[in-house]
Structure formats: structure tokens, C-alpha cells
Design a protein around this ligand. Sequence first.
Ligand code: AR6
Length: 539
Amino acid sequence: TRVDDGKGFSISDLRDGNGDWGPPPLPTVHPSANHTVLYKVPWKPGNLPYSYPRVPCDRWDQDHVRMPNSSESLYPVQETGDEKGLRLRWELVQEALLRPIQNSHELEAAILSYNSRYNERWNFRALHTLFEEALDSEESEYFFRDVLPAMVVLALQLPELITGPIPLLKKHKNHTISLSQAQIASILANAFFCTFPRRNSTKRGSEYAAYPDINFNRLFQCGDNSDSNSVLEKLKCILNYFRRICLTDASDHEGVVTFSRRYISPGSFPNWGQSTKPLPKMHITSHGFIEDEGSGMLQVDFANKFVGGGVLGWGCVQEEIRFVICPELIVSRLFTECLDATEALIIVGCERFSKYAGYGHSFEWVSDFKDDTPLDSYGRRHCSIVAMDALCFSKPSSQFFLPNLVREVNKAYVGFCETEDHGDNKLAPVATGNWGCGAFRGDANVKALLQLVAAGESGRAVVYFTFGDKNLRDRIYGMYKFLMDNDVNVGKLWTLLTKYSRLVAQTITDNVPDLYDYLYSSVLKDPDDKVSCSALSLK
Ligand code: AR6
């Protein structure tokens, strides 16, 4: 066990009442108009889930994922002379992948054969560097001899594995999709081989411009600058996932994963200033990571509105790292339209496959990772992740602009709140940290408070990881204890933040008081707001 330098409530106190793992995370799996389940329910331990429906059904339309194996997916091919004809694209894919592929150049040729429009535009530099320089020759040989042929089988099993249409999770619609791990693996194998139609153009006006990319070609072409090393390391994580999926016993991957898009209409949020809910219990620590120490909690993905962000490109910070160590998350990119201001995506059940070290440029794949998180009664690993995208600030002061504070607290709330009935069960704590405060340049001092407001309103405790920063831990903890000791609740804290926001807006010079100085002095100055100290057992 690690040393915990945490302050505030103890973690065991926050989990209290829910046993080791608590009830299955929400949403649960019940097929309905709002929940598409692509395998036969009920899921039973020890059995691989069957595909559902039994009779395959394809929908080649704007509301569903256009599948590579659709009979409507045609591709122009050069026939004799200058004549062009159309062929079933899936046949081209099958022909190309069933030919021997012994090295990365043959793999490139295979992928380009059914993506011939991109012949001159895609390069596969990272892929070639990986197999020719980064891996030793035995590792490369092993991949092309043992892993790749199994990946081809997995990819070509798509029509048998996914028999129902996959709905797109579109803007402003609450909809949930559950897929088996085997179905996800087949989708990811297709993404690796770049077979998804209409997903290669991200130009404005193209059909999928509002969706993240899913074909892996962009990851393969990254390479040749300072970020290229992390791209190679990300590829190692992906290869390790396929090795595990393809070459270990299928019963190791009998689980399922749920993807749930959540939307709250802008008019339906709590009236923050009126809330009388208490601030949540909090544990704050400079040690540990959301994905390790946050097991069993609702773990925040510091997301991009295109979920997964730069996972299939250069990016290598919190979200991208999470997506490559748990590659099943990448499937969300196939069907999740970019998130709007009041939306979040919850993913329940994904498995972790890789151990890593470093961060950003220093990121490294370390080894295989055996995830022993138990499955819930629906077959999902007891792991919930919420993708929520913070605002990206170019000017630090703009984060106090009132509409931005509202945007961020609402975003956190849509991620944390629970609409499904959870009976008497306590909701799992949120495992979070410096959301929006790295690549997106927000200020953790204010983001921590906004997350406390949203979590308090949602009835969830908070476990906050400051990612090694002890000063930040002490600052946030000091403020938290002060607010708790002075009985500042959700509504009161929000009101103080809005007052501070007004002060910032009115100040022309740079002489704006520091947010925490302002809070300390305003709470103490305003005796009406100060109620008797609460008897809290804070460490
Ligand atoms: N556990 C706890 N804290 C962490 C962890 C971790 N595993 N990893 C990082 N941190 P960042 P953002 C802390 O920059 O600012 C991606 O490209 C660490 O202090 O990933 O919301 C997305 O796709 C770090 O500085 O999140 C978006 O495009 C801070 O969390 C964009 O970045 C923020 O991590 C989001 O940027």
C-alpha cells in the first residue's frame, strides 16, 4: 500500500455503507428505447455474451454508425484502363487482410488498398518506426506471425459479432449503448485496420465532422518530432491490448461495457445560489492517481469535447493516457458526437490492460496489467469513468467570467448527478483532481471549488488527487476546512464565487484580490452568513 498524505475525511469513511464494491454502477443494463444492448441479456457469468439480435439488421443512415461490412458500403476501384467501377468495400477489406502481411509496409499497403483516395495523403511513419526501430526484431516478428493474423480474424468477425445497428449518441439526447468486450475488440480491430467508412475526412460539412475520428491512420502517421516517442509508447499499449484479447483465453474477456450520454437542458439545472445542500465530504491527497486509488469511485476523465481528445494523434496527457491503458474507451469515439456544454459521457465496465510510467513526453508503456476489478451483476468491471470537458482558457482571468463559472459547474453536475433511482445506496465518491488545469490552463483553486459545489449538490463525496502537488493540497484543504467550519453550504459558496466574479469584472487593473483571500475575508466579514461551527471530525 502507498503512503497516503491525505487530509480531510478518510477514504474508508467516504465509502462507508457500500461494502467493498457497492451496488452495480449506474446506469444498469436493461434494454429499452433509450438503451441499446447489442448482446443477449441477461448476462451470465462464465458464458460469452451472444450477439443480439439473432437476425442481423443493418441501418445505413444518419442515425447509426455506418458499418464497414454494410452491403451499402461501396468504394470506387480502378477497373480495366481508365474505367472506374464500384465494389463492395467489405470485399476489398477481406481480400486485403487475408493476404499475408509480414511487415509494416505490407500492412500499409493492405490498409491503403481499401482507402485508395488517401494513397498520397497518409503516411505510416510511426508504424514503421515502431516495428523497425523501437521494438526488437523478435517482438516485431511475433506480432506479424501471431498477433496480427488473430486481429484479422477478429476484425472480419464483425458481421457475426455485431448484428444490430449501433445508434449514434447524438447531441442533446440521453441514450445508452451496452456492448460486449468481444464486440468492442472487433470494432477496435477494424479501427486499427482503418475500415470505418466516411470517417477519414474531418473537413467541415463532412458527415462525421462533429465526431471524433476512429480509424487509427492518424496515430500511425505521427512521428518525426519531439512527441513521436509518446506516440510509439501509445502504440505499444494498443498492441498489448490486441495481444491480450487475441491470444489469451476468451473467457478472460467475457464482460460488457456501457456507454451513456447524458444531457441536461440548460433550463433544468439547480438554482445554484438557492441550494441548501451541504458541501460534500472530501479527502484530498498529493499521492496517487485517479485510475489507481480511485477504484470503485466515479473517476473523472479530463476530456476533450471530442472524447478521447488526441488519443489517436499526438496527445498524451490524462485523457489520452487513460484511453490507451483502457483501449475499450476508444470505442466511444465511434458513436459519440462531440459533447455540448451541458453533456457528459459515462462509461461503465472498461478493463485496464497496461501499466505505464511518465506523463506527456516522458510517457512509457511499462508492462501488461492484470485488472482484477470484479464484475458487477451485469457483467461490467466495477469501474465508472465520466468524460467531462472543461473550458480551455487562453486568458487566466476569463475563468471568473460568470457564464464560464456557470458552464463549468453545470458540466461537472451533469457528470456527477444521478437521475436513475439508486434506492438507499450511497453514490460512489467522485475521484477527481486538476480538471481543466493542464492542457486547458484553468486554475485548480477555483476548479476544485466548482467541483465541490457540483458534487455537494449531487450527493457525492469527493476524493481529490493533486498529482504530487503538496502546496495545492494544503491550499485547497485549508479553504475546504474553513468553509466547513463556517457552515458554508453549496448555495453560499456559489454566491461567493459569483460575487468574486463581479469583482473581477469591475476591476480594470490587474489588482484583483486572490480568490482565496477574498473568500477568507468575505466569510469572516459577513456575520449573518456565519453560523455556529460544525463539529466535524476532520483530520
Ligand atoms: N490522476 C490524477 N491527476 C492527474 C492525472 C491522473 N492520472 N493525470 C493528470 N493529472 P490534463 P485538461 C492532473 O492536462 O487541462 C487532453 O488532450 C495533472 O495535474 O490532461 O482538462 C484532453 O483530450 C494535470 O496537469 O487535463 C483535452 O483536450 C491535470 O490533471 C485536454 O487534454 C490536468 O490534466 C484537457 O486538458
